[in-house]
Ligand binder design. Structure first.
Ligand code: ZN
Length: 147
């Protein structure tokens, strides 16, 4: 079993994140905007977690796909994010919103963020480029721990 996991981690490239998003996007709950988004994150041990946007009639309670994916990972015991994929079916690739960047920041030093659209375009940046002056726990006198 240990060997299987090693193989899984080595095979895990951007295509795996993209495929995870393509599989998950059908679960998007977006009856108000009609704008479906999927996200997939890879943790430091190679696990992939997906998320979709989940809207609410009380619009402010809507949550983005990226945060759903991060919360699924963290609540499953995986707290170190190394890659993020945000996927939309139509239009240009979109970046995570500011709230999602902040949440991603809590669980990754400088993860790569891939933004993809259904027409095959993929743009990749790292978190430090997208949120260069981020607020971190060390500013509260806390040491970050991913374990
Ligand atoms: Zn967001």
């Amino acid at each position: 079993m240990r060997g299987d996991r090693y193989i899984f981690v080595r095979r895990c490239h951007v295509e795996d994140l993209l495929e995870a998003c393509r599989s998950a996007i059908k679960y998007s709950y977006s009856p108000y905007s009609g704008f479906r988004v999927a996200a997939a994150i890879k943790t430091s041990d190679g696990h992939i977690y997906t998320g979709v946007n989940i809207e609410n009639a009380s619009y402010g309670l809507t949550i983005c796909a990226e945060r759903v994916a991060v919360f699924k990972a963290v609540s499953s015991g995986h707290k170190r994010v190394v890659e993020v994929m945000v996927y939309v079916e139509e239009g240009p690739p979109i970046p995570p919103c500011g709230a999602c960047l902040q949440v991603i920041s809590e669980f990754g030093d400088n993860p790569v963020i891939h933004m993809a659209s259904g027409d095959g375009r993929i743009v990749s940046r790292n978190l430090n480029e997208m949120l260069p002056h981020r607020f971190r726990g060390d500013r509260l006198g806390k040491r970050l721990s991913y374990s």
